[in-house]
Each structure stands twice: as C-alpha cells, then as structure tokens.
Design a protein around this ligand. Sequence first.
Ligand code: SF4
Length: 369
Amino acid sequence: MKKPYTSLYVHVPFCRGKCAYCAFYSVARFSPGETGAYLHRLFAEFADWTDACAPLETVYIGGGTPTVLSPRDLAELLGGVRRAFRLGTGAEFTVECNPETLSADKAAVLAEYGVNRVSLGVQSFFPELRRVLGRRGTPADAVTAVVHLRAAGIDNLGGDLMYGIPGQTTEMWRRDLVRTCELGVSHLSAYELTIEEGSRLARAGTSSPASELAVDCWEIAGSVAADFGLVRYEVSNLARPGAECRHNMDVWYGGTVLGCGPAACSFDGAARFSNPPDLHRWLRSSHREADVLSPAGRAREILAFGLRTVDGWSLSRFRDRTGFDAMALCAGEIRGLAAEGLLVVEPDCLRPTERGLLFADTVAERIIE
Ligand code: SF4
C-alpha cells in the first residue's frame, strides 16, 4: 500500500578515484561545474517530493563519497536537505565518509547541520590489502577522521570493513576488526568482498574466496565484536545495543524511502523506482524507472529482506506492513527452510537460525521465487 516517505536516501555520485572492486554508481573525475549542476538538480528533485514525505525518521547521505565535496558544497547539500524536509524529533542523520576525504572543516560542517551518525569506509588497515582494493588514503586517515568527528561532537560512528580480500589471512582480518573496534565505533559493517561484474578485480580475473574462509571470517567478526560489546543484528552488521542503523533497519523491514540523486532507489510502500544510474541522464530528466511487482510478490520480497536480520519478523508486524499473512503466503517455502534448519517458527515470530544467517541469500532466493 502506498504511504508517505519516512526515510530519505541521497546518492552523491562523486569519488576521488574508482576502487578496484566497486560496482556502485560513481564518477571519479568531475568538475566544479558538475557538482554545482548536481546540487541544483538535487534541490529540484527534493522540491518535487517534499509533499510526499512525512516528517523524516532517518536521512542517509551515501554514495559515492559524500565527503569528497568541498566544505562549501557539503554545507549546501546538508542545508538543502534541512530546508526541503521536516525531520522528526530524534531523527537519525547519517553521512558516509571516506576517511581520507574528511578534514576538520568538513567534520564541523556535518555537526553544524545536525548529522548525528557517520559511517566510515575503512575496509582494511593493511596497506597491501588496501592496494588490492584500490583504496586511496592511508591506514592513519581513519584514526584522524575519528579525531575530527569527535572534536566536532559526533560520537555515533560506524566502521566498514571487508573480508575475503586476496592475500588476507584470518589473523589479518582479526587485527582489522580489533583496530576498528579500538577506535570506539558503536557500529561495524563486515562485508565479504564480492567480485562484481565490470569491476577492475573482475576484469583481472580475481575469484571470490573459498566459502570455508568466508564462514571463518564471518564467525571471527561476531566474536571480536562481542569482545567490544557489539552484537550482530543483521547478516553483515553488528552494533552496540541501541546503535543499530535505523535507516537500514527500516529499509530491511519494508519501510518507505525516497531516493534522490543518480542511481538512487525509492520505495513508496507499493512500488520501487530507480533513478538513472548516470549523472548526465539524471541531470536531464526526472524520469524514474518503476519496478512493477504483484502485491504478493512485493510482500515476498519484503519478507526476504527482513529475514536477513537476527530478530527476523514479528508475524503481526509483517501483516500490518504488507497486508499478508507470512505463513499463508509462503507456507511451503517456510516449512522447507525450517526443516533444513535455516528458519525457526515461533508464536508471532519467524527468524533465521545462525545457519539461516550464513545462508541468507539461499533463504531469500527461496522466499522470493
Ligand atoms: S569510494 Fe566507494 S563508491 Fe567510491 S569507488 Fe570506492 S567503493 Fe566505489
């Protein structure tokens, strides 16, 4: 059912260079004229959708690299969000940041416009692994970025790390986790490197790590994070209790999100829409591509997303959100997955087992098909 948007995602499509594994839409070379045109068009897009929004519960500025913008452009962008939308009391306001692009000035701009959560793309502290990934900056940049953010008064920090990097051992992975947790982050995203089609790693013929190694790394992430008081709450995400990313949680549980900027996706409770994944096409046109699915197909998709979380679905919440009874919608699939030890059915709850989290993609494929 179509509803007002309660979350906003803004895609900033600029980066300092292209990482070797990257499949996100971003451009590595851009001029001040292009960032100016981007902001101009973005504010027009905001104006088109302001009336379709309820007071926002979460705002997430991602990319690309939002902090590659100059302090002035960053202030314009954040000021544009604040002018166009009403934020609810206690709204979560996140900006993604690549440490090497964050100065003290930019950290002050984030704080000035009410950003209260920053997600830092660390990926690895090991220079040799950073080289494989084609990451810019140095391991020390993450430490400096944290100092700048804390000095500006932003304490709710997350660190993104990657495992399965060619040349990485489980001991290196453990050390990356410890160093990131020692920065005092309240949130950790631990993603397995996937070799995306079209990325430099794919063109170089790099293959994904052995699945046993990936399982070991996944388990190590859970145990190191637990030593620092962070608990897994989704397949790839761990947090101090209360510091879970509310924006992502809302998206996984089928909440409405308005996506602005090239390649951004929106969900209005009934249909998904995507903006063109091309800066210049998006600059020229306000057309969004609709992804049309039957109501039952959409409900299955929402069910599958929520089953990536450790808590899974409250069945009554699922019914309220989608109008469908999960147990009737996917009776055969749920029975089969439960029999295989991937899902647990409890009164008013359907959740993945630990094995179900490890094989979350299998669970999702079976629910969606
Ligand atoms: S910084 Fe992020 S979005 Fe930019 S190229 Fe690297 S992985 Fe892609």
